[in-house]
Design a protein around this ligand. Sequence first.
Ligand SMILES: [Zn+2]
Length: 457
Amino acid sequence: VSDFSLQFLGAAKTVTGSRILLNLPGGGRYLVDCGLFQGPKNIRERNWQSHPDLLKLDGIILTHAHIDHSGYLPRLVKEGYKGPIYASPATADLCRIMLLDAAHLQEEDARFANMTQYSHHSPAIPLFDTKDAEQALSQFRATQLHREFELAKGIRVQMIPSGHMLGSTYIHMTIDAVKRSILFSGDIGNGRSQVIKPPEKPPCADYVVMEATYGDRCQPRTDPLNELEPIIKKVLGRGGTLVVPAFSVGRTQELLYLIATLEREGRINPVAVYLDSPMALDATELYLAHQSELRQHNGFGPFAGARYTSVRSTDDSMLLCMNTDPKIVISAAGMLTGGRILHHLKARLPDEKSGVLFVGYQAEGTKGRLLKHGLTQIRIHHQPISVEAEIFSIDSLSAHADSDDLVKWAAAIQPAPAQIFLNHGEQLALEALAYRLRHENKQRVLIAEADQIYPLE
Ligand SMILES: [Zn+2]
């Protein structure tokens, strides 16, 4: 059957813009994930390419809510896509927060470009706006976890939890006409989250599309509780504030669990915790609304006993910046690319009693990277700020499977798939993982090339 094929429209030899086009025998066309390209300008420009062929898709299926997997939806809808968008219930809920936030950022960027006349388009226009995001959200169809549903006649789909973030799943598809099945991994978790349940065993499939983000790296297996305890004791013990830049969805909730656990076990004195990010507060509520996806600890959910003060208004955030009592402030953006965290840093970096704790990857060219690498002065809002506060980092809170986890994950797919396609990774990560899967698992592996059509049989 010649019209059965896969094509990688993004996240091929890179980690953003996940979009996999699936042509089915008999004519169905589906897209698995619909991500935004992120990073340097030459990569982001690809978001402006139009894709008239994608407007007539029969459906889009999402693996999870991260913007590099969902953020192109409002743009595609703006261009005219009117079909259904399938996602797990928690992914659909998280997309409401994340796509509206993405739209807001697009609008802000366009406004800033017009103010500074720094744009190709004149006037600058956003890639999409709030109205487009709302329209995309209205096309979502929440799909229960585990329950197989008929995407079209003879095409069955099942969403299986992948342990990467709230709502994240593998997509398993069975095509009756050719008696074949395909598994799309999405991003795979590592089972070390204390908030989200570990990834489920992948089901067998003839073809597997698998991510390789950390294909060439292994993460520390240290217990984050042991790393966090001395940092809190040190900074709060000397009367300082511990400022934690964190991603609103994922790291923030892990931190709430860790702090509550250290308190409950009597390892630290009770501390004042402020969650200064409306998006993080909304996301935390969604976690609580999807209890069945959360890990249980001795019969309690991960946030049992977590006490924190919600800071929603900008006025309250400004007041908090002036507060010099010992405390922990969790705020966004995680890489210091903007947002309220910058005000907290401006207030606390010059204070030698205080500390800044990085809990996630800091991309090149961000203020987060500069601070983490020990710069003694940085510029915030055009002012030079001297760095007297102590800088800490914890690297054991990754939401991704590492190289060993990925090799084990693939080995669990039995019998061995006819072909594994690797995507969502930089060149070295892809090559390292391909090598390991071929030699350790004896599996057939191919690294996906952008835009190439791979016929399936
Ligand atoms: Zn992800």
